[in-house]
Design a protein around this ligand. Structure first.
Ligand code: PRP
Ligand code: URA
Length: 224
């Protein structure tokens, strides 16, 4: 279990993995939380955090033993990734995470799910999905930087399960979460894994994460 001061009881559920809170990560999170950070810097520092999330998320994929030969002519008993993967960003903000995944996983298949929170009610609305036809055989890295009420993630996971994806083969990569969102998602999908960079205490009356970082999609893509 991972200690987390903002999660009730002080420890995260076992299938929630918080990135190591290194000085480096804390400085990066401070940059993207700062309302005075301009768009270019927001993109740059978010991308660095996303890269850390992807690298950590890949640690939860299965490995097989593999023996290779090194240039010294000696064998090395190593490992290789087993199984096929697919990245699925929740459009729009999740698309900001696609580049980081592609940089780590050459030629990775990408599916898309378009979900938007209704600005009045904060309820998620599903508009579109397009997934690889063999996604049921793949491990899925679900990408969305913000886990607030959990509504968008729950809807996206429902879409994945309807296409035959196994719940225990989904790793949700997320930049900032709150306890209520984590609990809502895990109550529905207890076998899901979540990898997050930080956990904030809660939501405001507009269902925004506080202290948070504002609207991730607007800041990354330059809309408002
Ligand atoms: C944001 C975010 C998540 C969702 C999180 O997307 O990227 O998808 O809100 O909130 P929830 O946990 O309460 O569902 P939004 O719908 O604002 O659209 P965007 O991706 O276009 O910014
Ligand atoms: N979506 C965001 O972009 N930010 C929040 O705080 C909540 C949902």
């Amino acid at each position: 279990m991972t200690a987390c001061a903002n999660y009730p009881g002080g420890e995260l559920p076992t299938n929630v993995h918080l990135l190591a809170q290194t000085p480096q990560l804390r400085a990066l999170m401070t940059m993207i939380r700062d309302t005075n950070t301009n768009r270019n810097d927001f993109i740059f520092y978010s991308d660095r955090i996303i890269r850390l999330l992807v690298e950590e998320g890949l640690n939860y994929l299965p490995l097989v033993e593999q023996q290779i030969e090194t240039p010294t002519g000696l064998p090395y008993h190593g490992v290789a990734f087993q199984g096929k993967i697919c990245g699925v960003p929740i459009i729009r903000a999740g698309e900001a995470m696609e580049k980081g995944l592609r940089e780590c996983c050459k030629g990775v298949r990408i599916g898309k799910i378009l979900i938007q929170r209704n600005e009045e009610t904060a309820q998620p609305e599903l508009y579109y999905s397009k997934l690889p036809s063999d996604i049921a055989e793949r491990y899925v890295l679900l990408l969305d930087p913000m886990l607030a009420t959990g509504g968008s993630a729950i809807k996206a996971i429902e879409v994945l399960l309807e296409t035959g994806v196994h719940e225990d083969r989904i790793v949700f990569l997320n930049l900032l979460a709150v306890p209520d969102g984590i609990d809502a998602v895990l109550a529905r999908f207890p076998k899901l894994r979540i990898v997050t960079a930080d956990v904030d205490p809660g939501l405001n009356e507009k269902k925004f994460i506080v202290p948070g970082l504002g609207d991730f999609g607007d800041r990354y893509f330059g809309s408002s």
